[in-house]
Write a protein that binds this ligand. Structure first.
Ligand SMILES: Cc1ncc(COP(=O)(O)O)c(C=O)c1O
Length: 403
């Protein structure tokens, strides 16, 4: 019998550059777990895995929507009560010149749609380094090169606006800003935001503002500033959603708010809307939680911020007393991004930490970093006893490794 040759199905060449470091170590973690070790997970930004219960009134709103029969496709841009609630909140927060609001399958999908509708192959977006790797993955999918600008660790991880300006090319279409930031936990100052707007004006760039952690700033005296509240003449698309502040990442509900001059934004928004119509709609019953979330009780937020503040301080204290670890104190979100004074690369460091001490964090190189620097991203969502055990194990690992 003739042997049949196997023809493998190969992925498109652009897939070589599609990466998502946060889940890269999952295979090693599975191996470690199979050997019977209990892993301390400090790697995924999912509050539902820890002591952050979903507000019950949101669950009620979704169950009611299902019972009331809202189980078909929804309007492609989002259901009316949700859009109106997002609009009212944006106005309360001082957003100016709102031109379009649309709901997607997590903010991840609206981010994808907004980049897809904007970029031709070869165009670039100024993205922060370190960055949340979703953006790089989408850009790679679109055959668009990464164009990272640095966040300045020596200046509280503020965007380095001079570096941003140096990096602008004839193909640069947009600037991405993530505040509060994943992975650094930093919050952009008003001055930095104003400088970025100035740059966008001078170079005709659109601004993407990822503000998914806007309600998770620890200090009650430090208010989140949306860049969209500072200008009417710059096209800005602000991303947000229910995943983080409202503790339902599995519901996959996010949105975008486009602000700025109507005539400038019109053709672009029309293209985004076409893409959204092609994919029919975001999950229908879960959209009924948007109004409940934004305009219902907000009691959980104070508690969430309080817990995060304590866990951030706990992390900062550990970093202070640990050799080879230096941490810019996070001000928001649930991430800490300490630098590591180590001879090896940070992927080797975190892989060995996982294998030897069963603590899982993400290597800084997975987010991008200045050449010669090393980091790890810590998710400090777990309760103090878990953090304590993890930090103790990390200290021991460092002590043993570099004696
Ligand atoms: C900065 C940032 N943006 C967007 C997302 C995606 O969130 P979602 O798609 O759940 O709305 C995340 C998730 O971790 C994030 O950290």
């Amino acid at each position: 019998m003739a042997t049949q040759e196997i023809t493998k199905v190969f992925a498109a060449s652009r897939m070589v550059n599609v990466r998502y470091a946060i889940r890269d170590l999952a295979v090693v973690a599975e191996e470690v777990a199979r050997e019977g070790h209990k892993i301390l997970y400090l790697n995924i930004g999912d509050p539902c895995k820890y002591d952050f219960p979903t507000p019950p009134h949101m669950i009620e709103a979704v169950i009611k929507a299902m019972r009331d029969g809202h189980n078909g496709y929804a309007d492609s841009l989002g259901i009316k009560p949700a859009i109106e609630a997002i609009h009212r909140e944006a106005e309360r927060n001082g957003f100016l010149e709102i031109q379009s609001i649309f709901v997607g399958i997590g903010s991840g999908e609206v981010i994808d749609s907004c980049l897809t509708a904007l970029l031709n192959p070869g165009d670039d977006v100024l993205t922060p380094s370190p960055e949340y790797p979703l953006y790089g993955a989408i850009m790679a999918k679109l055959d668009c090169p990464a164009n990272p600008y640095y966040l300045d660790e020596g200046n509280g991880w503020q965007p380095d606006v001079a570096d941003m300006e140096r990096k602008i090319t004839p193909r640069t279409k947009a600037i991405l800003l993530i505040t509060p930031n994943n992975p650094t936990g930093s919050v952009c100052s008003r001055r930095t935001l104003e400088q970025i707007l100035e740059l966008a004006r001078r170079h005709n760039l659109i601004v993407f503002a990822d503000e998914i952690y806007d309600k998770l700033i620890f200090d009650p005296h430090e208010k989140h500033i949306s860049i969209a509240t500072l200008a009417t003449d710059v096209p800005i698309v602000t991303f947000n959603g229910l995943s983080k502040s409202y503790l339902v990442p599995g519901w996959r509900i996010g949105w975008a708010i486009a602000t700025g001059p109507r005539e400038v934004l019109h053709p672009y928004m029309e293209a985004v809307h076409r893409l959204l119509r092609a994919r029919l709609s975001a999950p229908h019953p879960f959209q009924h939680a948007i109004h409940a979330a934004l305009e219902g009780p907000q009691d959980h937020l104070a508690e969430v911020r309080d817990k995060l503040k304590r866990r951030a301080e706990f992390t900062v204290e550990w970093a202070k007393r640990t050799p080879r670890v230096k941490l810019v104190a996070p001000k928001g979100a649930f991430y800490a991004h300490p630098s590591l004074d180590i001879p090896e690369d940070d992927l080797t460091f975190v892989t060995d930490l996982l294998k030897q001490k069963h603590v899982l964090v993400v290597h800084g190189s997975g987010f991008g970093e200045k050449p010669g620097t090393k980091h790890m991203r810590i998710v400090f969502l777990p309760q103090e006893p878990v953090l304590s055990a993890a930090y103790e194990a990390m200290s021991e690992f460092i002590r043993e490794r570099y004696k």
